[in-house]
Design a protein around this ligand. Structure first.
Ligand code: FES
Length: 213
């Protein structure tokens, strides 16, 4: 999704994929000694905090733009989540936390932000267009999923042309407050922004003549 910037520390390398970042500010707020865009020169300083703190903040980056590699082995320092989850963010995207593929491509991190307003130019990923179009949805889930317990397995996310996001694989659905509202292994989630049953697709993409790959 774009150039990857590498910031080497003594023991770790922090990678930053600019194209995935939607500037939530989580990293700069939670670990400003390491992530600081106001500082002159490079904005990531991996040695300015304990390694475990840098790894924890990178693992929590909601879009998967940040990741940590062990400097000696070159391997990722992040673990596959014990449970897959998809969270509706108020007036914003879907946050997916899982080992996953998106349109058949294995994702380098266990987190991505997916568009649900219909306006992203980076479909199916969020590019912050929800702010430009003033997308409004509280991220509540009126109709819980009746499902079975989820276990760790690779989640397959795919975008149907001019239609919803198809989810296959076990996941827990979370509302904007982070409350689990159900589990499932298959769902069609709205990405056009017009559904009256968000986060689920209700076919409204046909009425608004939604166009997206
Ligand atoms: S994708 Fe939005 S209603 Fe189907």
């Amino acid at each position: 999704m774009g150039r990857i910037h590498r910031y080497e520390g003594e023991k770790i390398i922090v990678e930053f994929e600019f194209g995935r970042c939607i500037h939530t500010g989580d990293c700069t707020r939670d670990l400003p000694e390491v992530f600081n865009v106001k500082r002159a020169g490079r904005w990531v300083h991996p040695d300015a905090a304990p390694v475990e703190d840098v790894v924890r903040i990178c693992a929590a980056c909601p879009t998967g733009a940040l990741r940590c590699l062990d400097k000696i082995s070159g391997k990722t320092m992040h673990h596959v989540p014990v449970e897959n989850s998809i969270q509706c963010i108020a007036d914003g995207p879907l946050y997916v936390h899982a080992e996953m593929t998106v349109n058949g491509k294995t994702q380098p991190m266990h987190r991505v932000a997916l568009c649900r307003c219909g306006a992203s130019a980076l479909m199916p990923f969020c590019d912050n267009s929800h702010k430009v179009i003033d997308f409004r949805d509280a991220g509540q889930v009126g109709c819980p999923l009746p499902g079975e317990a989820s276990a760790a397995a690779v989640l397959a996310v795919s975008s149907t042309p001019d239609g919803p996001l198809m989810i296959e694989g076990p996941f827990t659905l979370l509302d904007a407050a982070g409350k689990a509202v159900g589990k499932s292994s298959k769902a069609a989630l709205c990405r056009c922004g017009a559904s009256k049953m968000k986060p689920y697709c209700d076919g409204s993409h046909n009425q608004i003549d939604f166009k997206a790959d």
